[in-house]
Design a protein around this ligand. Structure first.
Ligand code: TRP
Length: 336
């Protein structure tokens, strides 16, 4: 049966795990790319696990900047967007020892040559500002397999760039099952978003480090300022043409996503209004769409204790699940 159909019919037969590196606030790219999908799955009744991947932050930098603060802010963004802490399990790598211990047997299942071929890792190495590539950079896809397999997730909502890691995870699940003659691990599937990749305000990939991202928690004025600075072109007639007018198309797409409309219709409405009218429309669309989320976010932000409590409860639950899986792994390997 097709996955989407199976989720609809029996949501409780599935478990979702996905996560984020705690390096800064979530932005509209995350929101339309995966966050909305996660919440839809949660609301359909699928059990949701969210890992705040604090050890993964150390792949491309020496020291993680204010990790606890970033983790709490991720929880804030999650809750504001609709993650329900009563149903979802939100936790950090560093709070779940048994998850991390799975890394060791998992590493034994992949070759150094395979690790070196991962295209996402290669790309990250090419863009890294570190002078030396650490062992963690090469092995973090295996650690990510532990993130997914400790709770036996079968669905992983991610962006395109994560597909090589999903392939590694499937390989590890299969090899573990084969080598130890067990059916312990499912081979999880990626769930790609159907929304097109949202460009940043400069037309490139939306990313906080490039200064082209609209954070979910940005104020309405900050949002307006970012959109006012977006790259467009001199043609006053606004049309949706992603190939030849990527800047204009990105903005149209953003308004369309916020208003659940077709970008061509948004363009037709603006007509010959030019970039100024386009930007005013997009700003209004984004601010209006995010208003309820931002209101919740501002309320939640006044209670840091609650954010920490959500993480503590998530960590307790994740530890119970990870300990149980580690016991099964030990038994399968004959270690007990
Ligand atoms: N690698 C992911 C990213 O950079 C974050 C992540 C860590 C993740 N562990 C995961 C995603 C497990 C999906 C499943 O965005």
């Amino acid at each position: 049966m097709h996955t989407v159909e199976s989720v609809r019919r029996s949501p409780h037969a599935h478990r979702v795990l996905t996560g984020d590196r705690p390096t800064g606030p979530l932005h509209l790219g995350h929101y339309f790319g995966t966050l909305q999908n996660r919440i839809r799955l949660q609301d359909a009744g699928v059990e949701l696990f969210l890992v705040i991947a604090d050890y993964q932050v150390l792949t491309d930098r020496d020291v993680a900047d204010r990790p606890a603060e970033h983790a709490e802010n991720l929880v804030l963004d999650y809750l504001a967007a609709g993650v329900d802490p009563q149903r979802a399990t939100v936790f950090t790598h560093s709070s779940v020892p048994a998850l991390n211990q799975l890394l060791l047997p998992f590493l034994s299942l992949v070759s150094v040559a395979e690790l070196g071929r991962n295209p996402t890792v290669k790309d990250e190495i090419a863009h890294s500002r570190q002078s030396a590539v650490s062992g963690l950079m090469f092995t973090y896809p295996v650690h990510q397999a532990a993130d997914i397999l400790f709770c036996k997730a079968d669905l992983v909502p991610v962006g395109q760039d994560q597909l090589p890691h999903l392939e590694t995870t499937r390989t590890i699940a299969r090899r573990f099952n084969d080598r130890y003659r067990t059916g312990l691990f499912p081979e999880p599937e990626a769930l790609l978003s159907t929304a097109p990749l949202l460009p940043g305000t400069d037309g490139g990939k939306m990313s906080k480090s490039r200064g082209n991202a609209i954070a979910l928690g940005a104020t309405e004025d900050e949002t307006a300022r970012l959109i006012r600075g977006a790259t467009t072109d001199a043609d006053r007639h606004i049309g949706y043409d992603p190939r030849n007018r990527p800047g204009v198309a990105g903005l149209l797409q953003l308004a369309a996503l916020c208003q659940d409309r077709d970008p061509h219709d948004v363009a037709a409405e603006i007509g010959s209004g030019g970039a100024a009218r386009l930007k005013a429309t997009v700003t209004e669309a984004v601010n209006e769409h995010l208003r309820p989320l931002r209101r919740r976010r501002a309320e939640l932000a006044t209670d840091r204790g609650h954010l920490r409590a959500v993480l503590a409860a998530g960590s307790e639950r994740a530890n119970a699940v990870a300990n149980a899986t580690l016991d099964e792994v030990r038994a399968a390997m004959g270690s007990l």
